[in-house]
Write a new protein. Structure first.
Length: 174
């Protein structure tokens, strides 16, 4: 049985930009090699669904070693990219600036390869929302094929972050 996308991508302008790269950088604390969400294309008005993008570059830190001569994006980085998208949507909804941790991953399935040069579209759909935690289904799509899917959870932990005072609050999903 073929897996279904979380929502219909044909109704969304894939060239749109709901959250530009600089705002993603203000919201999520991941930087440098650990930033795996380029920008957010679309978010539902209630933030329960979102679509982001990760352009998989030839100069990514993992390319030379995973796998030499046949670089494959590691599944854990695909999940991280989806978690970063879910974090942005959660932050837009709550405006909470406390540190957020990635707490669970369930039902992860990897269905096709993601390689340098691919554009990985990330889909997130809220399953459960609470003010301090959420559960979200995530998927990655490349070349119109489902690359991965999983259910993730995130939770507010620790102290308020000062770095992003006044901006939508930051999150760490790793």
């Amino acid at each position: 049985m073929a897996a279904q996308f979380l929502f219909d991508l044909s109704t969304i302008d894939l060239d749109a930009m709901a959250v530009p790269p600089d705002e993603v950088g203000r919201i999520n604390p991941q930087a440098g090699h650990m930033r795996h969400l380029d920008h957010v294309i679309w978010m539902a008005r209630d933030y329960s669904q979102s679509l982001g993008v990760k352009r998989v570059r030839h100069d990514e830190f993992w390319v030379a070693g995973h796998i030499p001569g046949r670089p494959l994006m590691p599944g854990v980085l695909m999940i991280e990219a989806g978690a970063q998208l879910a974090s942005v949507a959660y932050r837009h909804r709550t405006r909470n600036n406390q540190f957020m941790a990635f707490t669970h991953i369930d039902n992860a399935v990897f269905r096709c390869q993601v390689v340098p040069g691919n554009t990985l579209y990330l889909l997130a759909q809220e399953r459960k929302f609470q003010p301090r935690r959420f559960i979200c289904d995530i998927q990655g799509v490349v070349n119109d094929a489902l690359a991965f899917e999983a259910t993730i959870s995130g939770m507010i932990v620790g102290e308020t972050r000062q770095r992003n005072a006044g901006a939508p609050a930051g999150a760490s999903m790793a």
